[in-house]
Design a protein around this ligand. Structure first.
Ligand SMILES: [Zn+2]
Ligand SMILES: [Zn+2]
Length: 703
């Protein structure tokens, strides 16, 4: 077609479809899109169509049939590349993204609650020694016998000048020496020397095994030396002499590069990549340090690393009872439930469900009765799933409600999760509730069975994902979206007819799907929520992305901390609102007010108006009932363009006509409850229950 217009190959031809596709460019890829384009132009003496040409490397027909649609990506993990299909009315606002970034910064400095000293009295000692120094908990790099030494160090640190102490948890990765530097024990000193030796590429030698005096030298003739002496009356060792100069050259092997060092050094990478081959592991070591460890060493290191990783994962299950007790005690009224099965005399972990009382109260008092559900994978030696339930708060953003850690996503886990949630929310009759789910078959069945009177929406993005398998092309995508966005039943049918003109198979596919699950025309008006997509759960999944490979307790605590900071931040955020409603709602109102200039309101009396749109269509607006015949206002509770036109007739403020669910008061009710600060493991009460075993290994689909 571009060729016919004199442009040659390599151009996309599009037209601007105001009515046809929610006001965006629609590419002409077939005769039917061209006909649809023509039919849009008003019939008059002079017919003008503005066509847009875009340079592409492929011809337009190739673009239309391309199997990978760059505009649309429906993979679970990468949802960032489809701006066209976002439900922009329900997303994180810029302010909130800033807020979350700030949260991320707070989280960066976050110290793992699960890693504690072996010495339970360390905290008290610290405080009695020096009340003003706040105790710092740090996560030791290893789980070796040095934990003991760290505890020792902590008890003594207030008596020693801090700047001259070697801090294993910080300095061990890249140790350096200077005269006067103190080491808590001889073992820490030796380990620091061994790692220093590996890092500098020289095989350093310990000259004596005396606890009170250690001398470290390089090969014969090299002036390098570290000389250290014990500090009398303590386990401390202090460096006295340090000459870092080498005249020797780097070696290609190192006696200190042992399997246990390799295991400790690379356990993090091995955890992320359990299928790392021995040869590429050895290659990595060579690139990092210039040594090529033997095959046997690599194998031993891998076995040891697995033990380190799994040990740290399994260890966290053992204290899960204590964690739950502490969580419940600090957040009275929260529901925290562990499901386990007995194996001999030890219980084996199966699932955990957490609904914090602040989330529950905030949801019931300040959010709409809308629950979005989704699950996401957890990596690591015990691959599991995090199931989550999200609400929608006044500014159309994500409100965390409950989450669970389960073995997989199935009928039985969703049933377990939703039965608990239903009990928490006290849902006796699901009438009035809306549940938003993705495409998981198990979940859809469970929601239908458990909440038969609720409205059950299927995420449009996932529905399109299935549609796309058989019916491709931008025109079809836009037509499907336009059909879902139509707010009245007659308009819905009109859009379906347009779909039929574009493609009969696509129309028939869509006609089979119950429109009550995906079309606004069939959504109920009570919940004041016209959400089509499950963006909110995706926002939550995204926010826990970087903790998904962490051990169970670390992950649960990071989620709780994230929610705590989110709620605290948003409580403050509300003070910056200019009017009665949040920034995202204001934006929608501004858009509607802008479009209202194309309308002429005619007052009928008693706050009722007949609003004439320039397209020739008339709308009946009732300001008392917050209703317009286009149904948009009824659906989401925000005055539509016709209502805005009517309100402007008497110079009213559209914000006054927004539903109460969007007002500041509702927002504050949602964020008033507080998630209480949590303590670290050393302060938890020990629950007299047999420690939990880690869950059985469950292979996750698609991993
Ligand atoms: Zn040397
Ligand atoms: Zn309207």
């Amino acid at each position: 077609m571009a060729k016919d217009l004199g442009y040659g190959d390599g151009y996309d031809v599009s037209f601007f479809g105001e009515e046809f596709g929610a006001g965006r460019l629609i590419q002409i890829i077939s005769d039917s899109t061209l006909l649809a384009c023509m039919s849009m132009v008003p019939k008059s003496n002079s017919r003008v169509i503005v066509l847009y040409l875009k340079v592409v490397s492929l011809t337009s027909s190739q673009v239309g049939n391309d199997s990978s649609d760059p505009e649309y990506c429906c993979s679970e993990d990468d949802d960032s590349s489809d701006p066209d299909f976002e439900d922009s009315d329900y997303a994180q606002s810029d302010e909130e993204i800033d807020l979350l970034k700030k949260d991320d910064k707070w989280l960066e400095g976050y110290v793992d609650h699960s890693c504690t000293d072996n010495d339970p009295n360390a905290e008290e000692n610290d405080e009695s020694d020096n009340g003003e120094e706040s105790p710092t908990l740090t996560c030791p790099n290893s789980f070796s016998s040095e934990d003991e030494a760290v505890g020792e160090l902590r008890r003594k640190k207030n008596r020693m000048p801090k700047s001259e102490d070697f801090r294993p948890e910080v300095d061990m990765a890249n140790p350096s020496f200077k005269p006067g530097l103190k080491f808590a024990t001889a073992e820490i000193f030796r380990k620091a020397v061994r790692i220093y030796s590996i890092n500098c590429g020289r095989e350093l030698i310990f000259m004596n095994n005396d606890r009170n005096k250690i001398r470290v030298v390089c090969e014969e003739g090299c002036p390098f030396v570290i000389h250290s002496l014990s500090v009398s009356g303590s386990t401390y060792l202090q460096a006295k002499t340090f000459n870092p100069t080498h005249v020797c050259s780097k070696g290609s092997k190192n006696i200190h590069a042992t399997a246990s060092w390799l295991a400790e050094r690379y356990s993090g990478q091995l955890r992320l990549n359990p299928n790392w081959t021995a040869s590429s592991f050895a290659e990595q070591v060579y690139q990092d340090y210039g040594y090529r460890p033997s095959r046997a060493t690599v194998y031993r290191a891998r076995v040891m690393a697995v033990d380190i990783v799994e040990g740290s994962y399994s260890k966290q299950y053992e204290v899960l009872w204590d964690y739950c007790h502490e969580l419940r005690t600090r957040n009275l009224g929260s529901i925290v439930i562990i499901k386990s099965e007995m194996e001999g005399d030890r219980p084996r972990f199966q699932r955990i469900y957490i609904c914090l009382v602040a989330c529950k109260k905030g949801f019931l008092d300040g959010c709409r009765p809308v629950v979005c559900l989704d699950g996401c994978h957890v990596k690591g030696p015990h691959p599991e799933q995090v199931l989550s339930a999200m609400g929608v708060y006044a500014n159309n953003g994500m409100f965390p409600l409950a989450y669970a850690y389960v073995e997989n996503e199935s009928n039985s886990t969703w049933l377990w999760f939703l039965e608990l949630l239903s009990g928490d929310l006290n849902i006796r009759n699901s009438q009035g509730y809306v549940f938003m789910t993705d495409k998981q078959k198990g979940l859809i069945d469970v929601v239908d069975a458990l909440f038969p009177h609720a409205e059950h929406r299927h995420c449009l993005k996932h529905l399109y994902g299935n549609f796309y398998l058989e019916h491709r092309g931008l025109a079809l995508q836009h037509q499907m979206e336009a059909t879902a966005r139509a707010t009245t039943v007659p308009w819905f049918h009109a859009e379906m007819r347009k779909m039929l003109e574009l493609s009969k198979p696509a129309h028939d596919w869509l006609a089979e799907k119950d429109p009550r699950h995906w079309s606004r025309a069939y959504f109920k008006t009570d919940p004041k929520c016209d959400m089509l997509m499950n963006n909110l759960c995706e926002a939550f999944n995204h926010s826990i992305m970087d903790v998904r490979d962490k051990p169970v307790l670390t992950m649960l605590e990071r989620i709780r901390l994230y929610i705590m900071l989110l709620m605290a931040g948003r409580r403050v955020f509300c003070e910056k609102w200019d009017g009665q409603v949040g920034p995202r709602i204001r934006k929608i109102l501004e858009k509607n007010k802008g479009k209202a200039q194309w309308c002429i309101p005619k007052a009928a009396g008693q706050n009722r108006f007949e609003v004439m749109h320039h397209s020739g269509r008339n709308f009946a607006v009732d300001l008392n009932a917050h209703s317009c015949s286009c149904r948009a206002w009824d659906l989401n509770g925000i005055p539509c363009l016709h209502a805005c036109a009517a309100i402007s007739w008497f110079h009213g403020n559209p914000e006054d006509f927004c539903d109460v669910v969007y007002k500041k008061e509702a927002y504050l009710r949602a964020y008033e409850p507080m998630i209480m600060p949590m303590t670290s493991q050393d302060q938890w009460m020990k629950i007299n229950l047999a420690p939990l075993l880690p869950p059985k290994y469950h292979k996750q689909p698609g991993t």
